[in-house]
Design a protein around this ligand. Structure first.
Ligand code: FMN
Length: 171
């Protein structure tokens, strides 16, 4: 799939079919995460793939805006590792997440990014998944075959772009 098409058409999906996701497809998603750009190439990330229904149900209970983790056959929890990069352990995992969303979409899968970092959900995730104290819990990503169609909107380029200096709207 064309990368621009994937970027444009990917949507956050919050309803899933029970169909399982193959190991090959999960591997492709993880590989895409691993190849994200990384400051000084320190790769301060770690991914926990959760397929177990009872663990997903408990994650869903802990996350008021992620109840659908109970339904999506896979949840990938993304961690930041400050020991690998004290400054970019938060930014770099986000790069990996975007790659993973696109790799999933490319394979006919749907996803939704759920924020965890700096919320009161972070300790619950830490405890449920046995995550060491020195890692940060960045987010969770639901993965599966979507069971809904969604549209989205964005601000126009005119609203968010300046040319040469801030605020100059003339090209
Ligand atoms: C940092 C971040 C946190 C998000 N957290 C949630 C969340 O907790 N629950 C949820 O349903 N969607 C969450 N989303 C998805 C956004 O709501 C979604 O990307 C946005 O509404 C635009 O829709 P689209 O992705 O379909 O274009 C999050 C997205 C980002 C980038």
């Amino acid at each position: 799939m064309d990368v621009i098409k994937a970027i444009r058409e990917r949507r956050s999906i919050r309803k899933y079919k029970p169909t399982e996701v193959s190991d090959e497809k999960i591997d492709t998603i993880l590989q895409a995460g691993r190849w994200a750009p990384s400051a000084s190439n320190k790769q301060p990330w770690h991914f926990i793939v959760v397929r177990d229904h009872s663990i997903r149900s408990r994650l869903a209970e802990a996350h008021a805006y992620g109840r659908f983790m109970k339904e999506s056959p896979v949840v990938i929890v993304v961690l930041g590792d400050p020991t690998k990069h004290p400054k970019y352990h938060l930014a770099d995992p986000h790069n990996a997440v975007q790659n993973m969303l696109l790799a999933a979409y490319h394979q006919g899968l749907s996803t939704c990014w759920m924020g965890v970092r700096d919320t009161d959900i972070e300790p619950a995730f830490r405890q449920l998944l046995n995550i060491p104290e020195d890692f940060r819990v960045i987010c969770a990503v639901s993965v599966g075959y979507g069971d809904q169609e969604r549209t989205s909107t964005r601000l126009s380029l005119h609203e968010i772009v300046s040319w040469e200096t801030f605020g100059n709207k003339n090209k």
